[in-house]
Design a binder for this molecule. Structure first.
Ligand SMILES: NC(=O)c1ccc[n+]([C@@H]2O[C@H](COP(=O)([O-])OP(=O)(O)OC[C@H]3O[C@@H](n4cnc5c(N)ncnc54)[C@H](OP(=O)(O)O)[C@@H]3O)[C@@H](O)[C@H]2O)c1
Length: 242
């Protein structure tokens, strides 16, 4: 981390419940496994479309039920990690040209990558404790950075992640007023070998396995301070341009 140095690693985040949303995914399942292996959280809850309760991001009622389930556990969540997202499939396309744009695929990308996480904020941010440190971290993507966009392509994915980044920033402002030590942040995990990246050329990139990516993300999360809330950071903790 260059511009905004991270404080020393802290223990206090680990005392609460850790919640992983998108726990069925490549990175999400590795995050859940790493949190369980770490053995410090008061509990680790993984939520996905196949858990009970299930979270389907296009169904706000399912998000509300899942949040109520977490609240009913009676342990304050101090780490809520959102590891869901789509690049293509289920109606979304990784468009290479404007000629591939369709209203339906753009709507799908926004529904899953931006609107779903916004509704997660609505229902899960109020569960964070009013005192002490806590983190709501959403996996975004470097390609959602407008300033960093030199290659083009992937219109829907890029635009929905840019929207997600703005939602994270906006929520961070509101969250700070509620608890100055609570952090809302967007994280870029790097290129990771998962279902999402599998169909795409990655031979020119450093590709990490999910367990390594999860370890790096958890290290960044542990060293976050309130000054990082509202930022887009990469897997090293370095800020990325909007
Ligand atoms: N892999 C990379 O190289 C890379 C790079 C940059 C950013 N990211 C970001 O990292 C995050 C995790 O990606 P990944 O690589 O781990 O992908 P992944 O293995 O495909 O996992 C995606 C997760 O999102 C969930 N999901 C998709 N649509 C959903 C919906 N409508 N409702 C609820 N859950 C839904 C999936 O659930 P199901 O199992 O039910 O489908 C799965 O848990 C994403 O936000 C992605 O944009 C990844």
């Amino acid at each position: 981390m260059t511009d905004t140095p991270l404080p020393e690693a802290r223990q206090d985040l680990a005392h609460g419940l850790a919640v992983v949303i998108g726990a069925s995914g490549g990175i999400g399942s590795a995050l859940q496994a790493a949190l369980v292996a770490e053995g410090r959280a008061a509990g680790v809850v993984g939520l996905s479309r196949t858990t009970q309760p299930a979270i389907e991001l296009t169904d706000e009622a399912s998000i509300a039920v899942a949040a109520a389930h977490v609240a009913a556990l009676g342990i304050e969540p101090r780490r809520i990690l959102v590891a869901s997202g789509i690049l293509e499939g289920e109606g979304a396309r990784a468009e290479k040209s404007w000629s591939h744009l369709s209203a339906a695929s753009l709507a799908r990308a926004f529904a899953v990558n931006a609107i779903g996480p916004a509704l997660l904020m609505k229902h899960f941010l109020p569960l964070l404790p009013r005192r002490g440190p806590s983190v709501f971290a959403v996996l975004s993507a470097r390609v959602g950075s407008i300033g960093d966009n030199r290659l083009g392509g992937w219109y829907g994915y890029r635009a929905s992640k840019a929207a997600l980044n703005q939602l994270v920033r906006t929520a961070s402002v509101e969250l700070r007023r509620r608890n100055p030590q609570a952090i809302c942040v967007a994280l870029h995990p790097g290129t990771v070998r998962t279902r999402l990246s599998a169909p795409h050329r990655t031979d020119h990139l450093t590709v990490r396995e999910p367990p390594e990516a999860a370890r790096m993300l958890l290290e960044v999360i542990e060293r976050l301070g309130p000054q990082h809330s509202g930022l887009l950071l990469d897997y090293r903790g370095d800020p990325l341009p909007w």
